[in-house]
Design a protein around this ligand. Structure first.
Ligand SMILES: CC(C)(COP(=O)(O)OP(=O)(O)OC[C@H]1O[C@@H](n2cnc3c(N)ncnc32)[C@H](O)[C@@H]1OP(=O)(O)O)[C@@H](O)C(=O)NCCC(=O)NCCS
Length: 182
């Protein structure tokens, strides 16, 4: 199952994505707001989990291609939140692009298609997104998507130590009935 936008193809993963995905996940700038860059093995295991998820849910984190320009620039998609918090169970929208893909509007364009799929095809009522406040590139994508932030929703990520500087997260939400503001 694929999604197309004006400039992008969101598709299932290919073996040939593994190398550029691992390169992206080992780039300290891309992984700046994460606890650590990933090893090749972790990166490969992530693709395996993503692909298994597509088979279960019918959606997931799509590999993003710019047809005729770049076969793989990263991922964008929707995915069940994998931990317990005050807003779970929930489906999140997320993105990670190689640096060469930044600053072109690709993340926002891909995420619009993922949200549309989530609301219109998967029948979701709400989709959330979260990150640390310092990740302003990511919160800017959330705001461009018309997602809203209520500070009382902010939370400490349960998988990080209480004193971690990466622990505090902002939560953004978008409801299906707000899709006209995509
Ligand atoms: C988060 C991330 C995907 C955002 O990428 P991004 O390039 O800033 O976001 P977009 O793809 O929406 O692009 C928007 C930018 O492209 C510019 N742009 C250029 N051409 C454009 C076009 N044709 N259409 C729309 N925007 C365009 C916009 O003006 C904007 O620039 P600005 O950031 O200077 O304001 C990227 O920084 C990333 O992969 N980070 C690392 C991983 C990560 O942290 N993921 C999120 C974890 S929660």
């Amino acid at each position: 199952m694929e999604l197309r936008t004006e400039r992008l193809l969101l598709r299932r993963w290919r073996e040939s994505d593994r190398e550029p995905f691992a390169a992206m996940n080992s780039d300290p700038e891309v992984m700046h707001h994460f606890p650590a860059p990933s090893t090749r093995q972790e990166s490969d295991a992530f693709i395996d989990r993503i692909e298994a998820g597509f088979d279960i849910w019918g959606f997931g984190l799509w590999a993003v291609e710019v047809p005729g320009v770049a076969e793989f620039i990263g991922f964008t998609g929707i995915w069940p939140v994998g931990f317990d918090a005050h807003f779970t169970p929930a489906i999140e929208v997320g993105w990670r692009l190689a640096r060469a893909g930044w600053g072109r509007g690709y993340a926002t364009e891909a995420a619009r298609a993922a949200l549309e799929f989530g609301f219109e095809q998967a029948g979701l009522e709400e989709i959330v997104s979260f990150t640390i406040p310092a990740n302003v590139r990511s919160t800017a994508v959330m705001e461009r998507l018309g997602m809203t932030h209520d500070p009382t929703d902010d939370f400490d990520h349960p998988n990080l130590p209480a004193d971690s500087p990466l622990g505090r997260h902002v939560l953004y939400r978008k409801r299906a009935d707000a899709i006209d503001r995509l």
